[in-house]
Design a protein around this ligand. Sequence first.
Ligand code: FES
Length: 113
Amino acid sequence: MAEFVKIAVADEIPAGEMCGYEMNGVKVGVANVDGEFHAFHDCCTHQQYTLTDSFLMGERLTCDWHGASFDIKTGEVLALPATKRLPKFEVEVREGEIWVAVPAADEIDLPPE
Ligand code: FES
């Protein structure tokens, strides 16, 4: 069961940027797309590369390792070799703080390493 936890202060993540965090054993990425925050599992669904070490252009998140890309708003796969959508997490901004509904680590399917 996902539980909202405070992840960051909104000012830490400027528009067009993303940051990675770890909460209860789950890697959480948060991206700021034109002032709208999106949280996701910070792990490429192809082979577990850390996506916040990769490249965000507009709403397109591209993995540095083999070039898969995802729609940051929906998690939909936009380019192979990933075939599974990126898990998205609910986000709320509360008085300048970013709160994310982080699932338990065993609720997330990990791709091969
Ligand atoms: S690990 Fe991301 S494309 Fe392969």
